[in-house]
Write a protein that binds this ligand. Structure first.
Ligand code: FEO
Length: 388
């Protein structure tokens, strides 16, 4: 395991988690990286640790450059264990190193998790000279936890951005331009949708705080280091955090014996015939995190479920619970479904859509048993009426 030089005397020393497929419920089909950076200056500085099971990879990469005991400063940008759980191990190897964390939440969180270490809490505007370089600390609360902060090095024009601007994407090719740009951008959008969607206001505050800084590299906490797509990711964050949606539709459903699926097909075709591109997601066949990525920037959301034991299908309940937590902005939608008797699920879906902040633009569509041709025509007319 070798460090990889990204600038003179600055190295990537992180870890690649090729096999990670679930990040607290977010399905990560392409794995991830836990990025950490080593700066060789008068004060030898480590920016972030890695997830504890990968500590040996971190230590090996650092050791390929210097003896880890020589580290003077460790910047802990974020308490979440994917970045901090390796910290006590590296702190044990470098017991005199000062651990920089945000005040008050970083300090509180690290102390609660790892006990009393050699912490120094910093706040907005604080900076630290490490020799020929300066590190300036910028709090970015809720990107992704209350403690989060980023570090800017003006001499190098590097932003060490931790969770912000990153993506869950395992790659041994460190830089953005060494990877398929469409895959990287899809994973960035997926990361924003699944992790940061509820925090648009905080993202805009962070973008303002970082606005005007000359940036040549964004050294993220996950995924690629950006050198060619800096403007693209910053502009994307501006758009995503604004809640802007495209004139698209997402149709998500579960079906017991095919009738709700027939309705879903009719709804997708109706949207398409009205000039609104629509995605069709049988929830049994698609990862919820990918569906949410599509929902995030699609104006319309139609959700269907048959009724089972007076309830909606548990798969759809899970999806709606996830959506409710992510609080999508500027969405319009409706509920639909077929049932044999009772039919409570469709009303329950509609209520959950409302609770998620989706404006109900079409009364719930409820049918018994198998949809007839006339009923499908009525559904199509109703769907077209909300977009025309
Ligand atoms: Fe990458 Fe919020 O941790």
């Amino acid at each position: 395991m070798q460090a990889i030089k990204i600038r003179e005397n600055i190295y990537w020393v992180g870890a690649i988690d090729w096999s990670m497929r679930n990040f607290h419920g977010y399905e990560t089909g392409r794995g991830t990286t836990y990025n950490a950076y080593l700066i060789i200056d008068e004060k030898i500085t480590l920016i972030d640790a890695v997830k504890a099971p990968f500590k040996d990879e971190l230590i090996a990469r650092i050791s390929s450059v210097i003896d880890p005991s020589k580290i003077d400063v460790i910047v802990s940008s974020h308490v979440e264990p994917d970045h901090s759980s390796g910290l006590p191990f590296i702190a044990a190897l470098a017991p005199t190193a000062e651990i920089i964390t945000s005040a008050p939440n970083g300090l509180k969180g690290l102390t609660a998790r790892y006990g009393q270490l050699n912490y120094k809490a910093v706040k907005a505007g604080d900076s630290l000279s490490i020799g020929s370089r300066t590190l300036s600390f910028v709090p970015t609360p809720m990107l992704h936890w209350p403690d989060s902060m980023v570090t800017y090095c003006p001499e190098e024009k590097i932003l060490f951005s931790n969770d912000a601007f990153g993506e869950h994407f395992a790659t041994a090719r460190l830089f953005d331009d060494e990877n398929d740009p469409d895959v990287v951008m899809y994973e960035s959008k997926k990361y924003y949708a699944n992790i940061l969607m509820p925090f648009g206001k905080q993202a805009q505050t962070a973008l303002k705080a970082l606005g005007g800084l000359p940036i040549e590299l964004i050294a993220t906490g996950h995924g690629v280091i950006r050198r060619q797509s800096i403007d693209r990711i910053i502009e994307s964050y501006k758009t995503w955090s604004s809640g802007a949606v495209d004139n698209r539709a997402v149709v998500v459903f579960d079906s017991m014996w095919g009738s709700t699926e027939i309705m879903a097909k009719a709804i997708v075709e109706a949207f398409a015939s009205a000039g609104v591109p629509a995605s069709f997601y049988d929830i049994k066949c698609n990862a919820m995190s990918d569906i949410v990525t599509d929902v995030f920037t699609s104006k319309y959301l139609a959700v269907g479920s048959p009724t089972i034991n007076n309830q909606m299908m548990p798969t759809i309940a899970s999806f709606l619970c996830y959506i409710k937590g992510l609080r999508p902005l500027n969405h319009a939608g409706f509920a639909f479904g077929s049932y044999g008797w009772g039919g409570q699920s469709i009303g329950l879906v509609e209520e959950e859509l409302k609770a998620a902040g989706v404006e109900i633009v079409l009364d719930k569509i409820r049918l018994t048993n198998v949809p007839t041709a006339d009923q499908l025509k009525s559904i199509a007319d109703a769907v077209r009426s909300i977009v025309c």
